[in-house]
Design a protein around this ligand. Structure first.
Ligand code: URA
Length: 196
């Protein structure tokens, strides 16, 4: 019903509605050994068309914010909880999240990141298996057993939240500052900023 080749899902028909809606499966992008793994909710229209996560408006915001912190998109891994676009960009159902979980879990295990950054409520609650008040908890680090290890999960607001509520920008900025600092700490205490 589903096949993976390395980090890529090559074929999957587990979610009938998503199979009908999608143009293609949208796999994660970025280094297979990235320190930072960003996890969004699922592909939107642009992502579905281009076959890459976060290439629409949210992606532009994320790219800009990463660049401000000395990180290029190519330096981090970016993926989603579900790899097929839900109709009318609705949230993925819990069944769809469960269907796609083995792929995300395998990606987490293979990439073995230093920190996982969950972008928004859906990925935060999915990975932490708990209710998460994302705006309140953004920037906080929790641990969860994911992909064969106990991992740090940094809760973050979704980049698109800043489009509808400018006050969310500070929240996003603070969480991404923390992500960049954690990446820096893990590469021997030196800031990534100095590396580029
Ligand atoms: N929003 C997401 O959660 N994921 C994407 O890939 C794009 C927008």
């Amino acid at each position: 019903m589903g096949e993976m080749d390395g980090l890529e899902v090559t074929d999957c028909t587990r979610c009938p509605e998503l199979v009908d809606c999608r143009s293609r499966i949208v796999n994660g992008t970025g280094p297979a050994d990235a320190d930072l793994l960003f996890v969004g909710e699922g592909p939107g229209e642009q992502e579905d068309q281009q076959g890459e996560p976060f290439v629409g408006r949210s992606g532009t915001i994320l790219d800009d914010k990463l660049r401000d912190r000395g990180l290029a998109r190519e330096d981090v891994r970016i993926t989603n909880c579900v790899r097929c676009r839900p109709p009318e960009n609705r949230d993925p159902t819990s069944e769809e999240l469960d269907n796609c979980w083995p792929y995300l879990e395998s990606e987490i295990e293979q990439v073995d990141p230093e920190v996982i950054i969950t972008l928004g409520k859906v990925p935060s609650e999915h990975l932490l298996d708990a209710d998460v008040a994302v705006t309140k908890e953004a920037g906080s680090v929790r641990t969860a057993e994911l992909g064969g290890a106990v991992r740090d999960v940094l809760v973050c607001v979704h980049p698109a939240a800043t489009l509808y509520d400018r006050s969310q920008e500070e929240t996003l900025d603070a969480a991404l500052d923390k992500a960049a600092a954690m990446a820096g700490e893990d590469s021997g205490g030196q800031s990534q900023l100095g590396d580029f």
